[in-house]
Ligand binder design. Structure first.
Ligand code: ARG
Length: 270
């Protein structure tokens, strides 16, 4: 059956894994002790970028900075909507210097850029869907930043409470399939937040814990093609059944830092 979904061209910002490694532990994935294969990480990342270009998307690249091993996770740098960038204020001391490097990129690219007053980690915890911004809290981004984002963009922001440290960012437990629907793992959210998600998205694709633990929900959808962790086999079938086209990727080396495709990809919405 041909896909019934339409892709929208996207613009992404990425940061090469030049200095990527796991050198400290700020989420449970980083405590495995498994060393990162740096050469393999580079190949996997190059493959991801080549894939975006092959799908017709524009990819911008920010220069990596020595001693910032998590800077590869570009999604945490900002939320960019309507040509405006709401920057990051990182929770962990180790990542705090990243914010200024990303801000410099957004400024030089001509975006109106806001320095947040409260801890927040960009698209790690902010997911625009339709006219709303879904906003995670519990481990990193503070609820006060949700309010700040709402005021900055003038869009209703829906606070969602994350409760499982394996899913420390919203984008590890939920992604937007398109402008009107999402996929998510309910167990990552508090009871009240699960109710909110059920009422806003009654037709959502619901993922299993098993697929969520493969970073299957750390996916990047253009409205048709869904770039997704190759091990999330159940979720791939579920999105295909809704008419989307799953595009499997292997980002095993980034999972060791608690990241997947989405974490490596900042969407720039002009
Ligand atoms: N090691 C990074 C951290 O804990 C991984 C960030 C992953 N990014 C994301 N968008 N979930 O901050």
């Amino acid at each position: 059956m041909p896909s019934i979904r339409t892709a929208k061209r996207r613009r992404y910002l990425v940061c090469p894994p030049e200095y990527y490694d796991v050198r400290y532990a700020i989420n449970p994935w980083m405590t495995s002790g498994e060393p990162v294969d740096i050469g393999l990480a580079r190949k996997q990342w190059d493959g991801l970028v080549a894939l975006y270009r092959a799908l017709g998307h524009t990819v911008d690249v920010v220069d990596p900075v020595v001693d910032l091993p998590d800077m590869v996770f570009a999604a945490n740098s900002a939320l960019v909507l309507d040509g405006k960038a709401f920057g990051a204020q990182f929770h962990a001391m180790e990542r705090q210097p990243e914010a200024a490097h990303y801000r410099a990129w957004f400024e030089s690219a001509g975006f109106e850029t806001r320095i947040p007053s409260h801890t927040c980690e960009g698209e790690g915890d902010f997911t625009p869907v339709g006219g709303y911004i879904l906003a995670g809290t519990g481990f990193r981004t503070l609820p006060a930043a949700h309010h700040e984002v709402q005021e900055f963009f003038g869009k209703p922001t829906v606070s969602l409470h994350l409760i499982d440290p394996h899913f420390y960012h919203l984008d590890t437990a939920l992604f937007a399939l398109d402008d009107s629907n999402i996929a998510y793992y309910p167990g990552a959210f508090s009871d009240g937040s699960q109710q909110v998600l059920r009422s806003l998205f009654p037709d959502a694709v619901v993922a299993t814990r098993e697929d969520a633990l493969t970073f299957g929900l750390n996916s990047v959808s253009d409205g048709r093609n869904v770039v997704m962790a190759q091990d999330a086999t159940g979720l791939m079938e579920a999105v295909a059944a809704r008419g989307y086209v799953p595009v499997p990727v292997n980002l095993s080396e980034f999972r060791k830092a608690g990241g997947g495709a989405k974490c490596c990809t900042q969407e720039i919405r002009e």
